[in-house]
Ligand binder design. Structure first.
Ligand SMILES: Cc1ncc(COP(=O)(O)O)c(C=O)c1O
Length: 447
């Protein structure tokens, strides 16, 4: 049998069918979507995505970190179909459903810490964060919050008040929630304090304790510190090992809750079920979404039974905890536990080894960093001066796309690999060759 050539780009992009559909779409769909790639998607399978013109791409994008079990995994499709035939919606706010309880129990078991936890189900990452904000305030009646520069937590007004990633996400939307103090993240490649790890002695975290909580935001008024264990939209920044444990310690010292946003880094992406497990940190609140249900809309806010003891009606939702999404999430977790988290760890190492070589040989790759299959590549004009090169990041993502590899930009001048956790060495090898070729083209084109 003839082996399928992967990827396979047979038209100019966008192809003729895509072009027609795009021009209609653009008349009616909100322009606020960034629409990074000019193509109309049709169907997808495993690590491959096909557009309406029959072009086939390798998926290192996963719908922004969602389709971690691979696109349309047969077991997910089977579970979704089976549940859809029984009941598509049941209003979790008013009725009980077996799968909702089952999933909450499973989340209590797999999230760090004791099993004495409860879950509030949502439809998205932003909603999980909204829930976390309200839950923290409800519990300790403190109005202030701390979040990180470069952090992304969503775009609803509460979540946006914590988000501090790009100006266009915040511009014209003020006033946001008051009393959110943003502090620098442990971004060692560009240390905000111009220090070098480990000699810095984690000055960025100490600053929170020694300056912010003493001079800016009185500790007894701070309800929660919101943090991504690995910075996502802000540039796939992996902090040093001391970062999260130190934050937890500071939070505990003042009765502040540590709310960890695992919306992008959770569900096996980093080679552990949750990124905070790399550093043995047990958060007070965990926000989940994206890969939780392999593409069915579902988010979750998980916290101890003690915290989640707010009165009925204090927070609720119509769609959250949809049974089709819950069915998908239960199978997602089964697949992750069975092999995919391990595969993320293994394939992450494989890709990192290859990327390190590419990094050494490139004049415009300033940094390569990642955990598992959450990998960022930062582009610079000059490796010595580290001058950021956002235009190279953009050009590189587009060049990869033209050559059949879907990747995504992140931060001001980085690109990221977020492949499905089902990838093997063969597909990773093809993807890396496309990446290397595209990078060489960007490098040749620079002035
Ligand atoms: C870490 C993190 N938190 C929250 C969100 C918001 O999720 P959603 O777009 O589902 O609202 C995102 C989305 O990219 C994210 O990466």
């Amino acid at each position: 049998m003839k082996k399928e050539i992967i990827p396979h780009i047979k038209t100019r992009l966008p192809g003729p069918e895509s072009k027609k559909l795009i021009s209609e779409d653009e008349k009616y769909v909100s322009q606020s979507y960034t629409r990074a790639f000019q193509t109309v998607l049709d169907h997808s399978k495993g690590a491959l995505i096909y557009d309406v013109d029959g072009n086939c791409f390798i998926d290192f994008h996963t719908g922004i970190g969602v389709c971690s079990t691979g696109n349309t995994h047969p077991e997910i499709v089977k579970a979704v179909k089976a549940q859809a035939e029984k009941a598509i919606h049941i209003a979790t706010a008013d009725f009980y459903h077996e799968l909702v309880g089952q999933l909450a129990k499973k989340l209590a078991e797999i999230t760090p810490g004791t099993k004495n936890k409860k879950t509030f189900f949502t439809n998205s990452g932003a909603e999980s964060i909204e829930c976390a904000i309200k839950l923290a305030r409800y519990n300790n009646r403190r109005p202030r919050m701390i979040a990180f520069i470069g952090g992304f937590h969503g775009r609803t007004m509460g979540a946006l008040s914590l988000t501090c990633s790009r100006l266009n996400q915040r511009r014209y939307f003020a006033p946001l929630l008051p009393e959110v103090t943003h502090v620098p993240y442990a971004y060692c490649y560009r240390c905000p304090y111009n220090l070098t790890y480990p000699k810095c002695d984690m000055a960025c975290v100490r600053y929170i304790d020694e300056v912010i909580l003493k001079k800016v935001a009185p500790a007894e008024e701070v309800s929660a510190i919101f943090v991504e264990p690995v910075l996502g939209e802000g540039g796939y920044v992996v902090p040093p090992k001391e970062f999260l444990p130190m934050l937890k310690k500071i939070a505990s010292k003042y009765g502040i809750l540590l709310a960890v946003d695992e919306v992008q880094s959770g569900m096996g992406r980093t080679g552990k079920m949750f990124a905070c497990q790399h550093w043995g940190v047990v958060p007070d609140i965990i926000a989940l979404a994206k890969a939780l249900a392999s593409g069915m809309p579902l988010g979750a806010c998980v916290a101890s039974r003690e915290l989640m003891s707010w009165e009925p009606g204090a927070h609720s939702t119509t769609f959250g905890g949809n049974p089709v999404s819950c069915a998908s999430a239960l199978v997602t977790i089964k697949l992750l536990e069975y092999s995919l988290v391990k595969n993320a760890e293994k394939m992450g190492k494989f890709i990192m080894r290859r990327l390190k070589r590419i990094w050494d040989n490139s004049k415009i790759v300033g940094d390569v960093r990642g955990l598992g299959l959450m990998i960022g590549i930062e582009l610079v004009k000059n490796k010595k001066t580290k001058e950021p090169a956002p235009e190279y990041a953009h050009q590189l993502a587009q060049e990869c796309f033209k050559n059949g590899l879907m990747i995504l930009e992140c931060g001001p001048n980085s690109v990221r690999f977020i492949p499905p956790l089902v990838i093997d060495e063969e597909i990773a090898d093809v993807a890396l060759k496309i990446f290397e070729k595209s990078l060489a083209r960007v490098e040749r084109s620079r002035k």
